[in-house]
Design a protein around this ligand. Structure first.
Ligand SMILES: [Zn+2]
Ligand SMILES: [Zn+2]
Length: 764
């Protein structure tokens, strides 16, 4: 019987370039005795394969089932073709770059175990080489200039491979086949150590030796990594850490720590299995986890905080360094205060030079600045706090087909941008706070780069309603049709994208401040929302923000405001005397002059600030959310069951439900007078507000015939509060969508904006 032959043209989409996909296809096809070819193009990977039908079918299955570790296969589809005679083998062909790119760019990934064992092996030609990588690991997004992803389109273009590296690169059976950053000590990048005056002190192994020597004696050293420079110091050296904090003009924000491995991480923090899995993942984020009592670290690492931020070494250089140091290192982003992290060498020398005792640089350029990502282990789940290196630019699936190509410019703080087309959405790395000029410039570059990298030609630009956001102003200068998206609507939409949910939900969006559709400042919102639009159906009672923006930095002002609502202005005045002697002026301005004098806000974040101030935690903060974080820490020492329930009232205002916590504030004051301990009051505040919010959410959901509630906004980074709201809603029989892979804070805003503008059917 004549053997039947089948030929298929197979399209593979997703993150399939730069991850060893073609050699994988090659190996499997050869093993199955098939002929044909595979190549990268702008849409992903295209395979033509011919042979026995069952073998051809088997290959198609393997493409999704057995893909290499860093690949993310979105779809495998094929057409049957007429068999071609004359092909004798399977081939990998060069990339075609004739069309607009549409293929996913993969993320920067931690060094794989095989590469690490080569680095450790004295018999390997890569022994001790700090840039060892392969198709399963190494830099990607940060070195890519354009797509398709090939060496000339990366910052490795200037390094010519030595014969041995070239042989690996050309051999389909090799782990380094077409590994674009492939390099060795003979042909690849090198590390160089400079002293504080910028003099070249040592190279290669000697540079590592100098780096270790400097850190051991308590120096602060700028160390170039994957997405930028870190400022490194010995985390067990009190003097070094205090000096770093001083030189960095760092307020009280905690420093991230690098550890050698999970054992060292366990010695510092209490880790659950989810936290350990995240620490060891190829994304290698900073994981925030509870500090282990009695762990020996310099006090200045994370002042006043119950959590530490840890990451495991993720480049060969880090591994070599940690092996020598054998103790945790502070690895803080290389910037002063809140400036963007330095990633270009000249910039690093000029900005970081005066702050450090030495610089460990290398000659592989970083094209895209990419901060370390941050996730928090809440006990219940892992929650993204900053989605950047290792996660960006992995595409998110839109829950529907985009009706148009979109650029979304995000919010003002914790800015990210996003693009959407077809059924995919790509969010950038963390860009930062746009009020810094250098960050704003990075934002402008990122909007162009992301569109080019993903072949997006925007028809619309989605932006926040806030007229003063620099992102909004930029959006309105572009030639694309503007698509304004309300801030809290975007928060809820980002949660829907994450959960692939394309139906109307009751959204609870609690955060610091966002511009409302009525031009007041919102931040405690109940929205009936989907990608087409939203209706505000409830909110937190509004309170004055005495002194406007000053009330963000000085929570005592919000305390006065809430006490005035709870007990009247006289009581607020008496309290003011104990809080700050400037209260008179502020109070006169904000309260006595009437509601119109001060900005009104329904922000839940500001309510947390107020309670933190009343409990004496903070009358001033040095970073946004600091008071609320400390309030949560205080509450965590009391089990939820022990919390008391304080009253929260409901009222109505022009058809909107209003959640009024002023009786709760009155109770907080009464408990303080009665000498109740502050952790119990903090726990009771969390429990009472959380349950009241959930009760109202459940009622509104039922009223509007909805069975799903989405929680978003920066306040839901507070795990204690988020758990309370979630549990109470689940007890009401509702499905609750909680963030995990998308940040609940403003880092997720661009995702919500992009989805609304891509999927909305009614227009802006
Ligand atoms: Zn590797
Ligand atoms: Zn080489």
């Amino acid at each position: 019987m004549r053997q039947l032959i089948e030929r298929r043209r197979v399209r593979v989409t997703g993150t399939v370039q730069g991850v060893g996909f073609r050699p994988f296809v090659f190996r499997e096809a050869v093993a199955l005795g098939l002929v044909g070819f595979v190549f990268n193009d702008s849409d992903g990977v295209l395979v033509e394969v011919e042979g026995e039908p069952d073998k051809v079918a088997q290959l198609c299955r393997l493409l999704s089932d057995a893909a290499p570790p860093l690949a993310r296969v979105t779809s495998v589809s094929w057409d049957e073709m007429a068999p071609t005679s004359g092909e004798e083998r399977f081939r990998i062909i060069e990339s075609s770059s004739s069309r607009v790119p549409n293929a996913a760019v993969s993320v920067d990934s931690a060094t794989c175990d095989e590469c690490l064992s080569e680095v450790d092996d004295p018999g390997s030609r890569r022994h001790g080489y700090p840039f060892t990588n392969c198709t399963n690991c190494g830099p990607r997004y940060t070195i890519i200039l354009s797509v398709p992803y090939d060496r000339p389109a990366t910052t490795m273009a200037g390094f010519e491979m030595c014969p041995e590296c070239q042989a690996e690169y050309d051999d389909p059976a090799d782990r380094r086949f077409h590994a674009q950053p492939n390099a060795c000590a003979v042909c690849g990048p090198r590390i160089v150590f400079y002293d504080c005056a910028g003099h070249r002190i040592a190279e290669a192994e000697s540079a590592l030796f100098e780096l270790v020597k400097a850190l051991r004696r308590g120096d602060i050293v700028a160390v170039k990594g994957i997405g930028g420079y870190h400022l490194a110091a010995d985390a067990t050296n009190h003097g070094a850490v205090a000096e770093l904090r001083r030189r960095k003009a760092r307020d009280d924000k905690p420093f991230a720590l690098m550890v050698a491995d999970v054992e060292m991480a366990r010695s510092l923090c209490v880790l659950d299995p989810k936290a350990e899995a995240a620490l060891g993942s190829v994304a290698r984020p900073i994981v925030l986890a509870p500090r282990r009592p009695g762990c020996t670290l310099a006090a200045g690492v994370a002042p006043g905080l119950a959590d530490l931020g840890l990451m495991i070494a993720y480049t060969p250089l880090h591994h070599l360094l940690m092996a020598e140091m054998a103790r945790p290192l502070v690895m803080s982003s290389g910037n002063i205060s809140d400036d963007p992290i330095a990633h270009l060498d000249d910039d690093a020398f000029s900005r970081l030079g005066p702050m450090v005792d030495g610089v460990l640089a290398h000659d592989r350029p970083i094209h895209i600045r990419c901060d370390d990502s941050v996730v928090r282990a809440t006990g219940r789940r892992l929650q993204m706090v900053r989605r950047s290196r290792g996660y960006a630019p992995e595409a998110l699936a839109l829950p529907g087909a985009a009706a148009r190509q979109v650029l979304a410019v995000g919010a003002e703080l914790k800015n990210t941008i996003a693009v959407a087309k077809d059924s995919q959405l790509v969010c950038s790395h963390h860009i930062g706070d746009l009020e810094h000029l250098a960050t704003y410039e990075a934002f402008l570059q990122a909007t162009v780069h992301l569109c080019r990298l993903f072949g997006v030609e925007p028809e619309v630009v989605a932006h926040d309603l806030h007229p003063e956001y620099l992102s909004t102003k930029h959006a309105l200068e572009l030639d694309f049709e503007p698509w304004p998206v309300q801030h809290h609507h975007a928060h809820i939409a980002s949660c829907l994208v994450e959960h692939g949910h394309n139906e109307t939900v009751l959204g609870i969006a609690f955060d610091g401040l966002g511009y409302g559709a009525d031009a007041t400042m919102w931040g405690g919102e109940f929205l009936v929302a989907d990608f087409d639009g939203f209706e505000r159906v409830g909110h937190l009672r509004q309170a004055a923000m005495p002194g406007g923006a000053a009330a963000i930095r000085e929570p005592w002002r919000m305390a006065l405001s809430w006490v005035a609502l709870a007990l009247g202005e006289d009581a607020a005045a008496r309290l003011g005397e104990t809080l700050d002697n400037r209260w008179n002026q502020v109070l006169a301005l904000a309260l006595a002059a009437g509601d119109q004098a001060a900005v009104q806000t329904s922000s839940v974040g500001r309510l947390f600030d107020a309670v933190a101030a009343l409990l004496g935690l903070r009358s001033r903060v040095t970073y946004e959310g600091q008071a609320a974080i400390e309030l949560e820490r205080l509450a965590r020492s009391v089990p939820r069951e022990a919390a008391r329930i304080y009253p929260v009232e409901l009222s109505e205002n022009g058809g909107l439900e209003v959640l009024d916590p002023s009786p709760l504030i009155a109770m907080v004051l009464e408990e303080l007078r009665a000498g109740v301990n502050r952790p119990l009051i903090a726990a009771s505040f969390h429990e009472s507000l959380g349950r009241a919010a959930a009760d109202l959410g459940a009622r509104l959901a039922r009223r509007h015939g909805l069975d799903t509630v989405a929680l978003s906004g920066g306040v839901f980074q507070n795990a204690r509060f988020s758990d309370t709201v979630e549990d109470a809603l689940v007890a009401e029989g509702l499905t609750v969508l909680v963030h995990e892979s998308v940040p609940p804070n403003d880092g997720g805003i661009s995702i919500g904006q992009a989805a609304i503008a891509a999927l909305g059917t009614r227009g802006p």
